[in-house]
Design a protein around this ligand. Structure first.
Ligand SMILES: NC(=O)c1ccc[n+]([C@@H]2O[C@H](COP(=O)([O-])OP(=O)(O)OC[C@H]3O[C@@H](n4cnc5c(N)ncnc54)[C@H](O)[C@@H]3O)[C@@H](O)[C@H]2O)c1
Length: 254
């Protein structure tokens, strides 16, 4: 379905990003992974993508560094002829009660989750427009972009901003045929939430009560939704947040 297309995934060495890469590779896309982690730490992550697709291009890129983003993207565009699908997925979360959030923690979330996403989205969109590629921007948001969740204020605010960034991109890039959408996972048993569930008993106890469908989601479920947003079935969809949260946003009070 995605043969001949190049897909760039930021946070591509992480749990969700790597699963997205595996699923996009299975559909025939050529994969470019970006992550802040050095290549020698991510061999297994590259190998599992290559096991189902062609050779992976791995670039160590910090999405907060605009010069590095532009440099890496120029190399990719040179090698592959452009980017057709960008999964703007790199992100962090740290917990602290509202009264204890430090200015540094606040800024770190905005820098990586929001400004980093802006850098990648704008740089990729410029390449798409220059090369006349009617591409797809797929942002990784979260159900808590809309609903406050205890002790992660910088995270929820950064993701609320991300949703509007996605909508602005969708609005302004539509004339170029570029679609921008977001996925909003719920609580996934991997990556950021997986670590919190293992390390923070209070978080795990809260999680156990809030999912109407009864269990956390999986990276595979999220990756399948990303393939959907990258594919021809969603050609008429732009500016939308696709939520896969097991019903968390419906609230479970009893
Ligand atoms: N795990 C969940 O339950 C969940 C739920 C909703 C949304 N999300 C979102 O999914 C996305 C992926 O997170 P994950 O859960 O797979 O966690 P993860 O930690 O496994 O992956 C995140 C990746 O981003 C990379 N990264 C961090 N800072 C970076 C930077 N400055 N530049 C480039 N790469 C950087 C990390 O090295 C890591 O590999 C995030 O945007 C997160 O907010 C996760």
């Amino acid at each position: 379905m995605l043969g001949g297309k190049t897909a760039l995934i930021t946070g591509g060495a992480g749990d969700m990003g790597n699963e997205m890469a595996v699923h996009l590779a299975r559909e025939g896309a050529r994969i470019v992974l970006w992550d802040i982690r050095p290549p020698q730490q991510v061999g297994e992550r590259i190998a599992r993508v290559e096991a189902v697709g062609g050779p992976v291009v791995y670039q160590q890129v910090d999405v907060t560094d605009r010069a590095a983003v532009d440099r890496a993207l120029a190399e990719v565009a040179e090698q592959t002829g452009g980017v057709h699908i960008a999964c703007i997925n790199a992100g962090i979360v740290e917990s602290a009660p509202f009264l204890e959030v430090s200015p540094e923690m606040w800024q770190r979330h905005l820098d990586i989750n929001l400004t980093g996403a802006f850098h990648v989205a704008q740089a990729v969109a410029r390449v798409m427009v220059a090369r006349q590629i009617p591409g797809r921007l797929i942002f990784t948001s979260t159900w808590v972009a809309e609903i406050p969740w205890p002790e992660i204020t910088p995270y929820t605010v950064s993701k609320a901003g991300l949703n509007m960034l996605m909508k602005q991109a969708a609005r302004e890039l539509a004339p170029y045929g570029i679609r921008a959408n977001a996925i909003a996972p719920g609580i996934v048993n991997a990556g950021l939430a997986g670590r919190q569930m293992r390390e923070d008993p209070a978080y795990a106890a809260r999680v156990a009560k809030v999912i109407p469908l009864g269990a956390p989601g999986t990276p595979v479920e999220i990756a399948q939704a990303v393939v959907y947003l990258a594919g021809p079935q969603t050609a008429y969809m732009t500016g939308t947040v696709l939520t896969l949260d097991g019903g968390c946003s419906l609230f479970q009070f009893d």
